[in-house]
Design a protein around this ligand. Structure first.
Ligand code: NAD
Ligand code: GLY
Length: 388
């Protein structure tokens, strides 16, 4: 991890990260004020000059007009679709509405869908693009930190089911990703922190120097330092691009990107996606549990788990059960949800465990009693600290 900032124009520089996937390769541009140039940046990469921007009700108020203006300036005929902001929109009903609405406009196979927003809009729009007319071009303009470092890159699309999170979806790559870090200036602090959890994940998977850099710089990044943010977003996108290029459809190493997610998805499902627990918050706590489980199984030291816990605590992300919203904490029910995870193979759950900071690995050998014990202990600690 290069911790210096060689940028002669602080706040202005751009970085290009290439996602190498043969004929489906594309660039992720990371920088400021990319939104203003969206039309000019997209035009050379797209087969047609017709675009539909899909966004949510919050992002529409802030960035829809400027995005449409930028596209029109470059000669695009544009329209837009707005869905309700929030995780509840990532469902089959909303998807059906979006598909019908778009088909009602008489689109062609060269019409591009532009996802303008966070991971919810990105996942929903990408899925819509992958099935409309059996596939229309798709561009990501992620406006949350989480979407810029994770969901906007790599081509996982989909919606939630009543049976669990992201259980319906496709792999479908965008033609371009524009990660305009200036848009993060309007993101609520809680959403920024939630996205930060996915940045920490890259350090903990295989980049201990990056984790150490985050320990030093995370607070300043979250306070809004634009250069630190751009550096971390670009670094995260490079990490994700490397993993996706090696294993686009998650037959192996890409599953490492799910560090903490088996726990997180179960906890989110318990909230009914009511917004009380953000995805990134659930991931932070899930990462803590993954490290504690690894320590309990003797793969890493208790100090490693404590270091991760301390970092999340320092930047006010959930590191104990007591910091979670009031969800039903029922270990057998949580484990039942984990058993419906996409990574279950022949009935065996796959966990991302670790041998230490930045040394994550996949395991299907977690004894059920160790998992139950971890969740019981987490609840006991949560209840204890809540009653203090
Ligand atoms: P989100 O899309 O719900 O956005 C969070 C909130 O921020 C929303 O209310 C949104 O309206 C608002 N918002 C977005 N940009 C804003 C801005 N610039 N200024 C002000 N408000 C803004 O949530 P998210 O955290 O971006 O994404 C979470 C989703 O991403 C989850 O559904 C998760 O499963 C998914 N995800 C997908 C992948 C993938 O690889 N496809 C990876 C990680 C997460
Ligand atoms: N966010 C996990 C993945 O893209 O594989």
């Amino acid at each position: 991890m290069d911790t210096t900032n060689p940028d002669p124009r602080p706040g202005q520089a751009r970085e290009t990260v290439r996602v190498e996937l043969g004929p489906r390769s594309y660039d992720v541009l990371v920088g400021s004020d990319l939104l203003r140039e969206a039309g000019a940046l997209l035009a050379p990469l797209l087969p047609g000059r017709s675009a539909i921007v899909v966004t949510d009700s919050v992002v529409a108020n802030v960035y829809l007009d400027s995005t449409l203006d930028a596209l029109k300036e470059a000669g695009f005929a544009c329209s837009h679709v707005i869905v309700d902001a929030g995780e509840h929109s990532k469902d089959l009903a909303t998807l059906g509405g979006v598909l019908d609405d778009i088909l009602g406009r008489g689109i062609e196979r060269t019409t591009t869908l532009v996802a303008l927003g966070g991971g919810v809009v990105g996942d929903l729009t990408g899925f819509a693009a992958s099935v409309l007319l059996r596939g229309v071009p798709f561009v990501q303009i992620p406006t949350t930190l989480l979407a810029q470092v994770d969901s906007g890159v790599g081509g996982k699309t989909g919606v939630n089911s009543t049976h669990g999170k992201n259980l319906i979806g496709t792999f479908y790559q965008p033609r371009l990703v524009l990660a305009d870090v200036a848009t993060l200036g309007t993101l609520p602090a809680r959403e920024l922190r939630a996205g930060y959890a996915e940045i920490v994940k890259y350090g903990l998977i295989d980049d201990p120097e990056f984790f150490a850099w985050l320990e030093r710089n995370g607070a300043a990044l979250l306070a809004g330092d634009r250069d630190l943010t751009r550096t971390a977003v670009a670094h995260s996108c490079r990490a994700k691009a490397r993993i996706v290029a090696a294993d686009e459809r998650e037959s192996g190493t890409r599953a490492l990107l799910n560090l903490g997610h088996t726990f997180a998805h179960a906890l989110e499902a318990e909230t009914g996606y009511d917004g009380s627990l953000l995805h990134g918050e659930a991931v932070a706590y899930g990462i803590v549990l993954a490290h504690r489980l690894s320590a309990a199984l003797g793969h890493c030291t208790g100090d490693d788990a404590a270091r991760v816990t301390a970092h999340f605590r320092a930047i006010d992300l959930p590191s104990e059960a007591a910091a979670l919203p009031a969800i039903r904490w029922d270990p057998p029910a949580l484990i039942a949800r984990m058993r419906r995870d996409k990574k279950v193979q022949d009935g065996r759950m796959t966990f991302v465990l670790t041998r230490g900071i930045g040394r994550a690995f996949l395991s299907q050998d977690v004894p059920p009693e160790a998992l139950g014990g971890l969740l019981d202990q987490a609840f006991d600690q949560g209840a204890r600290s809540a009653s203090r």
